[in-house]
Ligand binder design. Structure first.
Ligand code: FAD
Ligand code: SF4
Length: 477
């Protein structure tokens, strides 16, 4: 327990100021507005500074949580930022999108038990909200010009992909003096952070600031460079003299349902729909990006991506948006907060419904989706109760279907790099904790290795790879 102030023993978190659900359902501005300094300091005083630090053990990058929160309680926000940035390269991103409820906050001592007054479960310290506050404070009070470029160590490393794994790997190596070039296939750096996660959850200016900070450290960012097409990995090593390559190319290849009607007009993968909306800014009135302005939309799937697609469809003007999911609310894999937000905004959850056909009109436009009503059986290999057919079918009238049932890594790099082995799911095989692949000097991490996962795990992989690359290059010199 800290001695400098009286702890705040309130059983619940300081609520997050948010836009009203019915207002925000029609705009792309950020939903959560962030704590004020007063709210952050008050919330920070709920932390008990537990000697066993259960929260730290459950943070995938082991941020020293009680220490940074203690500095917030004292009003030392820059000091808090320094502590976080020893472990995390993207705190403004992670504070917004990490699944804290199953990680640090899931193990917080303050979340144990029931409040006797309200009979509600007590809430953990709002670690994610405090992380976001600290990062936003720092970003508002710093400029890329303040960053001191480290002295060059004369070694060159290439990074493929500018998602959280690539950005982290590049940042860690640049801080050690490496000459790092990121090659990104799209026209803008940031990976899923810019093309997938919508503006209303993660403003793009935040990602841009992180990219600008990397550039200030000396990292070069080459966009519109599809490695495997424009240059191969072998050429990067042999002709361009990079001493190591890190692959952080993600898992952007969408899966489809494999049911009749998937080729009809009005069927999208969630990746295409979100890329058009976010990266290509289809939501702006003056945008040239074509996107269907649908009236009734069915989003198939129950993960974070499905919630993002559904909430984006609402904001683009759809009158009715359904989530079609074949299990129940309990098995829904999306973050609870995202599900809660989607429900508040009016998304209609059609649970225990399995799509069997997309029905078109005479012009091959989607007009309905046929679903089978399911019931739950015994748990399957994933531990979740298995959906079982009931033989009962129904039709839902929709003019747009968005498939959000998962993605896998794009096969391009495997196909164009001899000896780069992948598993049957197309994920790159790594042999060490540092992410060494089956090719010498080639490392990989993030979704390209694990399949679709989380920002923080991708960042962790980028960090481990940077360390391993540094050890390899320095060991050889
Ligand atoms: P990515 O972020 O996928 O970046 C890979 C980059 O590599 C891309 O920019 C791609 O264009 C580029 N690339 C691919 N191939 C090549 C090539 N051949 N040459 C050059 N560049 C190439 N995670 C959370 O923790 N919380 C969330 O709330 C959350 N929400 C999500 C919402 C959506 C819509 C999506 C799609 C994902 C979400 N995730 C979330 C998952 C998370 O974003 C990913 O796990 C994470 O971004 C993976 O990082 P990465 O660096 O491995 O790859
Ligand atoms: Fe603070 Fe909760 Fe971590 Fe304990 S578990 S140190 S109360 S954040």
């Amino acid at each position: 327990m800290y001695k400098e102030y009286k702890p705040n023993m309130a059983p619940f978190k300081n609520p997050m100021p948010e836009q009203e659900p019915l207002v925000r359902a029609h705009n792309f501005k950020e939903v959560a507005e962030g704590y004020t300094a007063e709210m952050a300091m008050d919330e920070a005083k709920r932390c008990l500074g537990c000697p066993t630090k259960p929260c730290v053990a459950h943070c995938p990058v082991n941020i020293n949580i009680p220490d940074f929160i203690h500095e917030v309680a004292l009003g030392n926000f820059e000091k808090a930022y320094e502590i976080i940035s020893q472990s995390s390269a993207l705190p403004a991103v992670c504070g917004r999108v990490c699944p804290q409820e199953t990680q640090c906050e899931g193990k917080c001592t303050r979340g144990i038990g029931v409040d006797p007054k309200t009979k509600q479960p007590k809430e953990p310290v709002a670690i994610g909200r405090l992380e976001r506050f600290v990062a936003d404070y720092h970003n508002a009070h710093s400029k890329p010009e303040d960053i001191v470029r480290p002295e060059s160590n004369g070694h060159k490393v290439a990074v493929i992909g500018s998602g959280p794994s690539g950005l982290t790997c590049a940042g860690d190596l640049a801080k050690k003096g490496y000459d790092v070039t990121i090659f990104e296939a799209l026209h803008l750096a940031g990976g899923v952070l810019v093309y997938g996660i919508p503006e209303f959850r993660l403003p793009k200016s935040i990602v841009q600031k992180e990219v600008d900070n990397l550039k200030a450290l000396g990292v070069k960012v080459e966009t519109n460079m599809v490695i495997g097409r424009v240059i191969t990995i072998d050429e990067l090593l042999a002709e361009y003299h990079f001493e190591a390559v890190f692959i952080g190319s993600g898992a952007g290849l969408p899966r489809f349902l494999g049911i009749p009607g998937e080729n009809l007009n009005g069927v999208y993968s969630a990746n295409e729909f979100l890329t058009r909306t976010n990266l290509m800014k289809a939501y702006l009135a003056d945008s040239n990006t074509p996107i269907q302005k649908a009236k009734n939309v069915a989003v198939v799937g129950g993960g974070n991506v499905a919630m993002d697609a559904a909430r984006s469809a609402l904001r683009l003007g759809a009158e009715h948006v359904y989530i079609i999911y074949r299990r129940s609310l309990e098995e829904l894999p999306a973050r609870k907060e995202e599900v809660h937000h989607a429900m508040q905004e009016g998304v209609d959850f059609q649970l225990l419904n399995n799509p069997v056909e997309i029905i078109g009109d005479e012009n091959n436009n989607v007009k309905a989706m046929k679903v089978e009503v399911m019931k739950l059986g015994e748990p399957d290999a994933s531990g979740r109760r298995k959906p079982i057919s009931t033989g009962e079918f129904k039709e839902i009238e929709v003019d747009c279907v968005i498939c959000s049932i998962g993605t896998s890594p794009n096969p391009l790099l495997r196909q164009t790099t001899k000896g780069l082995e992948t598993n049957p799911h197309g994920c790159i095989i790594t042999k060490t904790e540092g992410g060494l692949t089956t090719r010498d000097h080639v490392y990989a991490g993030g979704d390209a290795v694990t399949g679709a996962a989380t920002v923080i795990l991708a960042m962790g992989a980028g960090k481990h790879a940077a360390k391993a690359i540094d050890e390899e290059i320095m060991g050889a010199n």
